[in-house]
Each structure stands twice: as structure tokens, then as C-alpha cells.
Design a protein. Sequence first.
Length: 165
Amino acid sequence: MPNYTPKQIVPGDDLQLFVSDNNTYRSLAYATSHQLSISADVADTNSKDHGQWKGNEVNKLGWEITSDNLMAAEEHAFLFDAMVAKTPIEVVFCPKAEAANVIVADGDAEHYTPTTTAGKHQYRGTAYITSLNANAPSGEKATYSVTLTGTGALSHVVVEEQPGE
């Protein structure tokens, strides 16, 4: 994975969504797009003293992440089972790293792991699957989309240099 300068634009292909599966993070296979959304609920603080501009303050923060993927039956079943069981999932959204001595070819997503490169940014949290949609158009590859809605804080972590590096 390339080393980015602080102001360099990160290619979308380098960012990946990882989910915890038996305490091991793995990427969602065949992803075509991810979107991380962070929102704020605001409380109205208007008074006669505010003049023509509204007054607001942030009350609560929330987040969700969506993933659009080509359909892989096992992957979809994993997400379905977690949704039906109402089981929260640990997620990490960050640059991907490849396992040592492995050349990742098409379809080898199991070799991707969350980056451990010092200085890289990760977003970590716990989320529930709140939407899982499958699409099977005639003559095309099947796809699915999943929405994971955060419960609790979304942490921004900068990977620290590991001892001995």
C-alpha cells in the first residue's frame, strides 16, 4: 500500500470496510462502494437575543456505514444471520493491508486486513445491521447493499508505530 502524504487524496479502492467474525476482522467480499455517514442532532436554542440568525447546539451524534457489494452467498448469509440474531458487529473502516507474502488476485479478499501502518487513520465502532437488500437483475450479476447503524461512539484512531519498526 502506498504511503500517503498528509494532504494527498486517498484512492477509494484503498479504503475497505472490515467486520469482526469470531474476533478476526475480514473485509466484506466484492465491495463496489462504501459510505460512512456521521450526523448530529441539534437542539434549538433560539431566543429573542439571537436576532435574525438561529441558535442551535449539538445534542447527540450518530453514524452509519453502508456497503454495496457483488453477491457472494456466504457473505450475504453471514450478514443475514447477524441481522436476524440482532447481534452487534464490530466494524473498522480504513485503508486495507495485504497479508505478508500474498499477492491478492481478483476474489482473494480474505487476504485483506485493516492497516497496521503507523500514521494511517481508522474509524472503529459497534453497529447493528439495520438494512440488508439483495438485487438480482436479469442478465447481470446479483448485488446486495447493507447498512450498519452505529451504537455508541465511532472512534477515530491513528495507527501508532509498533515496537521494533
